[in-house]
Design a protein around this ligand. Structure first.
Ligand code: PLP
Length: 392
């Protein structure tokens, strides 16, 4: 009667366990200044133009003349046009009809699984992986095949020599911070077109890209329109983690079993969803203007200064790491063959610094550790000075 696949989900062990060990330490050592470099959420405020647009939108709703009821389930035309214009700043032409506005992409990435045959798909998941893709694939009873990411491939998975139906790719990646260049992404697009797979491309950290060779969208890659859909969020781009706004792009050419996936998604949304809030769509529209992006990018630059604080120390220590250049995440190899949780305990107990054990993102994350750049400059500096001084 009920979907027993839920029993396959692991409890939220990783973050619960981090909180448990941290609380225990803080209780026993109230005098120690603990610094959190495990934060996976933004901390800088939203842009003024974004806030003004949201406030104005709320104000409009208080007057009969400007009040609004339900909006279009797939998003207002002006919001979709704003996304289209944003893509064009990267030289990518998309049709506004191919864009859908939502409440952030955690939801969209989970909901898009409705389009696929539950229990009937082979899903490729890079490991380590953002836990959502694994959880939804388990809930749907899909057959999961993990693709090992490791030092040899710089934590950038390469296509296998067998077929699949659905492939999750996230670039720049959470947790590893690694980002595909054009050639690497082209290999995945060619693979998907060859075997008929659909790539679900999570682009949440696109705004952190600095390398020219790393595409800001999978649609910068020839052939992507017939095999990929893309999800992008304002959460990390513009501090929208509590505001909630994101969008996805499904090209008209993406057809499987004779069915357009865009059409299916629109059917799904118009059936199960009543549209993103008017206010957040006005916020999205304002954020994607040149001035909105300029203001939002100030925060990205702030986090980037923290990247330098972290990677300077790692470079000095000669530790292997990925990420940072194109991402707010830095994924480092624990020194002296330490396991992920050993590294966690050492940093907590000796240096009062908290990070995230890599093994929490999959078995190939064992021996690795994630640091994030979302804390303040001052605290990040202090944490990295402690790590720099310590003899591992
Ligand atoms: N995808 C990745 C890789 C993320 O790291 C996150 C949030 O941390 C999300 C999706 C969820 O984004 P949203 O806030 O738009 O739901």
């Amino acid at each position: 009667m009920i979907n027993l696949n839920f029993s396959k989900l692991e409890e939220n062990y990783l973050f619960t366990e981090i909180a448990r060990r941290t609380d225990e330490f803080v209780r026993a050592n109230p005098d120690k200044r603990v610094i959190r470099l495990g934060i996976g959420d933004v901390t800088r405020p939203i842009a003024r133009v974004t806030a003004d647009a949201i406030i104005n939108a709320v104000e409009e709703l208080t007057h009969t003349e400007t009040f609004r009821g339900y909006g279009p389930e797939v998003g207002y035309v002006w919001a979709r046009e704003a996304v289209k214009r944003y893509y064009s700043t990267y030289g990518i032409e998309v049709d506004a009809d191919e864009i859908t506005i939502g409440d952030g992409i955690g939801e969209d990435i989970a909901n898009v699984t409705d389009l696929f045959d539950k229990g009937g798909c082979t899903v490729l998941l890079p490991d380590p992986v953002y836990p959502l893709y694994k959880a939804t694939s388990l809930i749907d009873g899909q057959r999961i095949i993990y693709i090992e990411c490791n030092k040899a491939n710089n934590f950038l998975p390469t296509p296998p020599d067998f077929g699949s139906d659905v492939v999750y790719l996230c670039s720049p990646n959470n947790p590893t911070g690694a980002a595909f260049n054009r050639r690497q992404l082209q290999e995945w697009v060619d693979y998907a077109n060859r075997v008929g797979a659909v790539i679900l491309y999570d682009n949440a950290y696109e705004r952190f890209i600095t390398d020219d060779d790393c595409p800001h969208s999978i649609f910068a890659i020839p052939g992507a329109r017939s095999c990929a859909m893309e999800f992008n969020s304002l959460s990390k781009t513009a501090g929208f983690t509590c505001v909630r706004s994101g969008y996805n792009m499904i090209p008209k050419e993406l057809v499987r079993d004779g069915v357009s996936l865009l059409r299916l998604w629109q059917q799904r949304q118009t059936t199960k969803y009543n549209g993103a809030p008017y206010m957040t769509q006005r916020g999205l529209e304002a954020t994607l203007t040149p001035e909105g992006l300029r203001q939002a990018d100030e925060n990205i630059h702030y986090y980037k200064r923290n990247v330098k604080l972290i990677t300077d120390v790692l470079d000095r220590k000669g530790w292997y790491y990925t990420g940072g250049r194109n991402s707010p995440y830095i994924w480092l190899e624990c020194p002296n063959g330490m396991k992920s949780w050993e590294m966690f305990d050492l940093l907590l107990n000796e240096l009062y610094v908290i990070g995230t054990p890599g093994v929490g993102f999959g078995e190939y994350g064992e021996g690795f550790f994630r640091l994030t750049t979302f804390n303040t400059y001052e605290k990040t500096k202090e944490a990295m000075e402690r790590i720099d001084r310590y003899h591992f």
